[in-house]
Ligand binder design. Structure first.
Ligand code: GLU
Length: 453
């Protein structure tokens, strides 16, 4: 028989206050912790073993946090000093796994929010990966290849001692793509004298990378959005979609949407957005962003009459059936959500990590919009990273079709798990509750089995 604990909610609220107190000036981490803890009351009440003192307290405290100096020289010989981070949050399910973000907004609180999210996201994939995240406040924008290389080499000169294929496996995130992973891997190999393919994922296809890894986050999010629509008897074909961002996630989201017959009409960067009535031409976008490392206004200039650049605007004002935020945290607030609802949006699925603010999520859910939280919807990237680790371990590489089939199966299974879990806990259709509880159950079971560590 289940004992209901009327004090569960109070205990969680007290823990949240304590988290805020013990981790001052980390608003993004507070937000991520609150978002998860607020949904856990029903599972803690139903499963008394999870309410064991110390379990949730251990979950919100990273196992290890590394902060280090990253000095490097620019092309003119000037010395710069950045800060490097790696937060090894939870390894109950496998080696710490999660990307590295290079962006001026990075600080310890941002990395902790990302690492915390990663625990549940990685658990939802069903694969054997723990949660971690890292990065630096280094801004790669406007830097030469040689500067980026020197920065990556300096960063890895400290990071190498904390990572390893059985310990902690970083990958990319904002500001870290194939070029950076190459430089990081090179320096790791040089320092350790080990050709240890499984220490990083997102490698080039010719030297240990997995096919479909670059596409995986965006493709996976589109598959998740399609699954949510299917649940409501609809599909993506013919749907007008808005996508924010123009990095790796946004590009492959747009590519998959187009392939499935939807019409993705926007992309953006910090300077504004592009709206293209004919649908974003993904080859042109790749040329501008990935080859030339340019900005989205250049896309609009080259595309011709169908596209225009709106300086300073937000894509959420463009009417759409489906919205896929794929830029960064807190990029979609309550006002944006209200605009989307006014224009009749049916589904919002997070390609980025925590792009919708709590108020926005609440508003969308109240309006009956299907909402896919990032830790479920964008898990395709890290899932294919885990498949890359499997290939590295077996010293083999799989054809693209095999990886894509596995990705599709994983996304379908994450959708089903979240949907069923939400229903089981009395919130049918609430993917936020479903994702948090399902991720939590898997990690909590492993933590309980492995004792107080
Ligand atoms: N940075 C990605 C994420 O947010 C991918 C992490 C990985 O592949 O390890 O999930």
């Amino acid at each position: 028989m289940t004992t209901t604990r009327p004090d569960t909610k109070t205990a969680l609220a007290r823990l949240l206050t304590e988290i805020e107190h013990r981790n001052p000036a980390q608003p993004e981490f507070h937000q991520a912790a609150r978002e998860v803890l607020e949904t856990l009351a029903p599972v803690l009440a139903a499963r008394p073993e999870y309410a064991e003192p110390g379990l949730v307290e251990r979950l919100v405290e990273p196992e290890r946090q590394v902060v280090f100096r990253v000095p490097w020289q620019d092309d003119r010989g000037r010395v710069h000093v950045n800060r490097g981070f790696r937060v090894e949050f939870n390894s109950a399910l496998g080696p710490y796994k999660g990307g590295l973000r290079f962006h001026p907004s990075v600080n310890l609180g941002v990395i902790k929010f990302l690492g915390f999210e990663q625990i549940f996201k990685n658990a939802l994939t069903g694969l054997g990966i723990g949660g971690g995240k890292g990065g630096s406040d280094f801004d790669p924008r406007g830097r030469s290849d040689a500067e980026v290389m020197r920065f990556c080499q300096s960063f890895m000169t400290e990071l190498y001692r904390h990572i390893g294929e059985h310990t902690d496996v970083p990958a990319g995130d904002i500001g870290v793509g194939g070029r950076e992973i190459g430089y990081l891997f090179g320096q790791y190999r040089r320092i350790t004298n080990r050709w240890e393919a499984g220490v990083l994922t997102g490698k080039g296809a010719g030297w240990g990378g997995s096919l479909i890894r670059p596409e995986a986050t965006g493709y996976g999010n589109v598959l998740f959005a399609a699954a949510m629509l299917r649940e409501r008897g609809e599909d993506l074909e013919g749907q007008t979609t808005v996508v924010s961002g123009s990095g790796n996630v946004a590009i492959y989201t747009i590519e998959k949407l187009t392939a499935l017959g939807a019409n993705p009409v926007t992309c953006s960067d910090s300077s504004g957005y592009v709206v293209d009535e004919k649908g974003i031409d993904v080859d042109l976008l790749k040329q501008v962003k990935e080859v030339e490392r340019g900005r989205v206004d250049t896309y609009a200039e080259r595309r011709g009459a169908s596209a225009r650049f709106v300086p300073g605007g937000r894509v959420w004002e463009v009417p759409a059936d489906v919205a896929l935020p794929s830029a960064t945290q807190n990029e979609l607030d309550a006002q944006d959500a209200a605009a989307l609802v006014r224009n009749g949006v049916k589904a919002v699925s997070e390609g980025a990590n925590m792009p919708a603010t709590p108020d926005a999520v609440h508003l969308l859910q109240q309006a009956g919009v299907a909402f896919g939280p990032g830790k479920a919807a964008n898990a395709g990237g890290v899932a294919v990273s885990a498949l890359e680790m499997a290939q590295n371990h077996a010293r083999t590489s799989w054809p693209a079709a095999r990886v894509e089939d596995e990705l599709a199966a994983i996304m379908t299974s994450i959708h089903t798990t979240c949907h069923e879990t939400a229903t089981r806990y009395g919130n049918p259709g609430d993917y936020v509750t479903g994702a948090n509880i399902a991720g939590f159950e898997r990690v909590a079971d492993a933590m309980l089995a492995q004792g107080v560590i």
